[in-house]
Ligand binder design. Structure first.
Ligand SMILES: NC(=O)c1ccc[n+]([C@@H]2O[C@H](COP(=O)([O-])OP(=O)(O)OC[C@H]3O[C@@H](n4cnc5c(N)ncnc54)[C@H](O)[C@@H]3O)[C@@H](O)[C@H]2O)c1
Length: 401
């Protein structure tokens, strides 16, 4: 069996690495630079070691390509391309459309097409299938299924093998073949009654996180106003063995999923006349956290940051990854600069970002910790500036939420 995986980013390359243990895999990506690097055995994704990639290439079970003809004779194609928001913060399916075009124009026989990209309910049935059919010159009866991806980049305790997967096909045959494919490298598979349920479940999982993070971020502000330690209070609440799940406050949410997926749910809800009040409000609360943090820093520093050297520590969106997509650090830096601060940033894992380079962890007037990688030493952070504001709750001896 030959598997084509469209998109060789966090999701697609991870799936490729697992699938290549059992199948011949073509990792298709429209970015030639990524394709060239992958074919040299250089992985750009945490969790997929370059050594593993090299081994798979040498064994002939994996290669990357940007040529449509290389997916022509695949038996299964998995779609794993970005699903961002437009500049008006609406769902942007242009990458999915481009992937459908590649499939439609190149695949020459009826196959199974599985979507792993996150999108709103109805995407597989009402967008992916008709778009592929529109771009196909031959009338091919493909099978279509969805299996939303749940990978958490940088996480080592849960991976493709032990993270349970949902799936559903448009037909029984599509469901059966999807199960057969994933059961090779995933221990737990749950079939749901329709692709729409699987699509909605994925969005709801991330909306649940967005809303609870917003709640704890609001609670951090309440606790501070009341003079109560938020972390001690959360630990205290967490001694309840049921009905409570601990979330921790932060400078906001980042990454490709939590700040984006809930908006897909809100958009489709509103299109159907259903309220999405919680979802919209949660997004606002999380976005406003950056301003709240900067206001706290300003208040602690005589009401003015004019000309102060401020070092933002950690610009990756979460610890131990180099991913800066939708990072909360961006708004924190913007608000600090609006206050007249001279801002630089330090990140052990991100060397350059937005045309700027990581600065040394030293010599600042003020340090604001947005993301703390495990490799970062508390003492070094505390020594980097006379005033340190920590938004992570991990730097002992600093100011913080
Ligand atoms: N990153 C995560 O943690 C995560 C987790 C679960 C679900 N998802 C979802 O999975 C999907 C993919 O996310 P990702 O994080 O892997 O994205 P990514 O940006 O890391 O990778 C996407 C890759 O697709 C390529 N690409 C874009 N358009 C293409 C096209 N038309 N043809 C071929 N390649 C194309 C890009 O060059 C890039 O390498 C998204 O829908 C995302 O919401 C991501």
């Amino acid at each position: 069996m030959k598997i084509g995986i469209i998109g060789q980013g966090y999701v697609g390359l991870t799936i490729s690495a697992f699938a290549a243990e059992f199948f011949d895999v073509v990792g298709f990506d429209s970015n030639q630079k990524i394709v060239d690097q992958l074919n040299l055995g250089h992985s750009h994704i945490e969790g997929v070691e370059s050594a593993l990639l090299e081994k798979l290439i040498k064994s002939g079970r994996y290669r990357a390509s940007s040529q449509g003809r290389d997916i022509q004779d695949c038996d299964i194609i998995v779609i794993a391309v970005p699903t961002p928001l437009t500049s008006e913060r609406n769902p942007d399916l242009t990458y999915i459309e481009a992937a459908c075009k590649t499939i439609g124009e190149n695949v020459s026989k009826p196959i199974l097409i599985i979507n792993e990209s996150t999108s709103f309910p109805g995407t597989l049935r009402s967008f992916i299938k008709p778009t592929i059919e529109r771009y196909s010159s031959a009338k091919l009866e493909h099978l279509y299924a969805i299996s939303p991806e749940r990978v958490d980049p940088g996480r080592t305790d849960f991976n493709q093998k032990n993270t349970p997967r949902l799936y559903a096909g448009l037909t029984t045959e599509a469901s059966e073949r999807t199960r057969e494919f994933y059961s090779k490298f995933c221990d737990s598979l749950t079939e749901v009654s329709s692709p729409e349920v699987a699509e909605a479940a994925k969005l709801f999982e991330n909306t649940f996180r967005q809303v609870n993070i917003a709640l704890v971020n609001e609670f951090a502000q309440i606790a501070h106003a009341l003079g109560i330690n938020v972390y001690e209070t959360l630990e205290a609440a967490n001694t309840k063995p049921y009905g409570f799940m601990k979330f921790t406050p932060s400078a906001g949410v980042g990454g490709h999923c939590i700040p984006v997926d809930p908006t897909y749910l809100a958009a489709v809800a509103e299109e159907h006349g259903a309220p999405a009040t919680f979802i919209r409000r949660a997004n606002e609360v999380n976005l406003d956290m950056s301003m709240y943090i900067v206001n706290r820093v300003v208040a602690d520093n005589g009401g003015n940051l004019q000309g102060k050297n401020v070092l933002v520590v950690g610009v990756a969106y979460k610890p131990n990854v180099a991913d800066v997509r939708e990072t909360a650090a961006e708004l924190v830096i913007e608000h600090l600069r609006n206050q007249g601060a001279v801002v630089s940033w330090h990140d052990d894992l991100v060397s350059t970002w937005k045309g700027e380079s990581s600065s040394p962890l030293q010599g600042a007037d003020i340090a604001v910790v947005v993301t703390k990688h495990d490799s970062l030493d508390d003492k070094k952070i505390l020594a980097s500036a006379p005033y340190v504001f920590d938004t992570t709750g991990k730097v002992k001896g600093s100011k913080g939420l």
